[in-house]
Design a protein around this ligand. Structure first.
Ligand SMILES: Cc1cc2nc3c(=O)[nH]c(=O)nc-3n(C[C@H](O)[C@H](O)[C@H](O)COP(=O)(O)OP(=O)(O)OC[C@H]3O[C@@H](n4cnc5c(N)ncnc54)[C@H](O)[C@@H]3O)c2cc1C
Length: 289
């Protein structure tokens, strides 16, 4: 069914990097839920698949003494949505992961695969943008770390260079502690459908006012985006329904949606306004309005 040359389990990141360096036709496989679909459509008889599944470090979820959380790239969405630690500290990421595909898919689909696939509809993208996640990447030149906001370069195009591997997703304590948040995925069906729009809002509320607001959108531009105009506008505003509606309207100005067969630009603009407002309302409730 699948036409490729071979499959190798790497036992360490270093070994995986070496295999990728020595065999230019090699590619990383995680859960395979994007890659194998591509392979079915475009068979590659020269392809060597390098699996990370036997490398312990990429399956771990850890917190260091400074409170920074590191999620291994091979952690699945099924695991995250059931993980008490993730749901306590990064609930919006866990909940967004719970909207992906169906239960069977979430048992194989990984966070790292979702990020590296570079899809603008990837459900993990907007929570990661709001949590200011950084990506730890290993390659032939060693390790580098890049903000997730700089990783997406275009539809399906990322900053991952040939031979590089996403090892861990890092989130600092200051970027998750004290926030309330919510993810809204708008799709035609509740399951097994990709987003027409994805909206994440994170906020902190003090004395009935927004002290910090972070908003990120998926499928509202060629890559996932933050909404700096709406975020700046929101800061210091009283937490009222009218203000949250106005913040949703501002988010439309930050976005660059387009017409596609899934949804028109005008419909997406309406989704941006409404989904941002609703995600913020839910986030404000959790932040203790
Ligand atoms: C039926 C179905 C429904 C789906 N529904 C959704 C949905 O609702 N929302 C959504 O966001 N996605 C959805 N997807 C897409 C897919 O499941 C996700 O993007 C998933 O997270 C991909 O992870 P994976 O582990 O399967 O990646 P893989 O398919 O193994 O890899 C994807 C790409 O990333 C590269 N890669 C993977 N891991 C690494 C790494 N650590 N370092 C370097 N490169 C790496 C691979 O080489 C490949 O190019 C769906 C897919 C299917 C088949």
């Amino acid at each position: 069914m699948f036409d490729f040359k071979g499959y190798k389990d790497a036992s360490s990141i270093e070994e995986a990097v070496k295999i990728l360096k020595d065999a230019p036709e090699a590619e990383v496989i995680a859960g395979g839920s994007d890659l194998l679909i591509e392979l079915r459509d475009e068979p590659r008889a020269d392809l060597l698949l390098v699996s990370l599944r036997k490398i312990e470090a990429v399956h771990q979820i850890t917190m260091d003494e400074g409170g920074e959380i590191a999620i291994g790239s091979m952690v699945t969405f099924d695991r995250m949505e059931k993980d008490e630690f993730i749901m306590t500290h990064l609930p919006v990421l866990g909940e967004a992961g719970g909207t992906i595909g169906g239960p069977q898919l979430r048992r194989v689909a990984t966070l790292g695969g979702n990020v590296c696939n570079g899809a603008v509809s990837g459900d993990s993208a907007t929570p990661l943008f709001c949590y200011n996640a950084r990506l730890e990447i290993a390659g032939p030149e060693g390790y580098r770390t890049i903000p997730v906001s700089e990783f997406y370069l275009g539809p399906g195009k990322t900053d991952l260079k040939k031979g590089e591997i996403l090892v861990r997703i890092l989130i600092a304590k200051k970027d998750y502690e004290g926030f309330g948040g919510n993810y809204i995925k708008f799709s035609r069906r509740k399951a097994l459908d990709i987003a027409n729009l994805g909206a994440t809002a994170l906020c902190k509320v003090k004395d009935g006012r927004f002290s910090e607001v972070r908003i990120a959108l998926g499928v509202a531009a060629p890559v996932p985006i933050r909404c700096p105009g709406a975020e700046n506008f929101a800061e210091g505003l009283e937490v009222t329904d009218d203000n949250m509606k106005a913040i949703g309207q501002r988010a439309v100005d930050d976005a660059r949606p387009r017409d596609s067969w899934r949804a028109s630009k005008a419909f997406r603009q309406q989704l941006i306004e409404v989904c941002t407002e609703r995600a913020l309302k839910a986030g404000a409730d959790l932040a203790g309005k």
